[in-house]
Design a protein around this ligand. Sequence first.
Ligand SMILES: C[S@@+](CC[C@H](N)C(=O)[O-])C[C@H]1O[C@@H](n2cnc3c(N)ncnc32)[C@H](O)[C@@H]1O
Length: 221
Amino acid sequence: MYNNFSYYYDLMMQDVCYDIFVDIVKENVSLDKTILDCGCGTGNVSIPLAKDGYNITGIDLSSDMLTICKSKQEKENVNFPLYENNLEEEIGFELYDCCISFLDVINYVDYKLAFKNIYDCLKCGGIFIFDVNDFNYQESMKNYVEEDTNDLFSYTWKILDNGVGKIKHDLTIKTKDDEFREIHYQETYPKEVYIKELESLGFKVEILIDDNIKVFFKCIK
Ligand SMILES: C[S@@+](CC[C@H](N)C(=O)[O-])C[C@H]1O[C@@H](n2cnc3c(N)ncnc32)[C@H](O)[C@@H]1O
């Protein structure tokens, strides 16, 4: 997961309005707070936040995504720590004022393990902000197929049914000299399921946005 595809990720995410994620952080977290970006990917949220002066650290499971994030840091003239880390395992650095996890990272992981690990690396009073795919929206995306060609590559992206609340992304990318396929698995649950788990850990939970496509949560330890 997130191997070769990482090098095409930003090109395929060009339509994503990352400003929404950045603005949510700015509205909820003051500049003096430390932030851990959980599943930072290529840095599309953490780099703008670092440029705005936030003290940020990024973690991700994919070394390829982190390699791209590092080279983007150099181009953008920012520098913050990046670590290869699995959210399903103890995070184990210092304690942070805030953890963020955007663009359905939580749908890639065992959410119970990730919530526990994130809870444990937050200071008391710390904030965890994240989004997940809306359950009904994700169900409606099953059997979606997108194909496109640009100057650099062409791709086929299929979203397949993998059980209730579960999907399988089947991506094939072709360039002039190469072709590869990547499979990504995601699962989601009705928001009440997430709320119950978060509250059982001790978080106070607020829904920031629920637009029937994504649900954004703000949780205070
Ligand atoms: C859709 S991308 C989002 C990346 C970034 N947050 C953004 O907004 O562009 C999902 C990210 O989750 C990461 N990821 C998936 N499973 C993970 C895990 N178990 N632990 C840490 N990161 C994970 C992937 O490597 C990928 O970078």
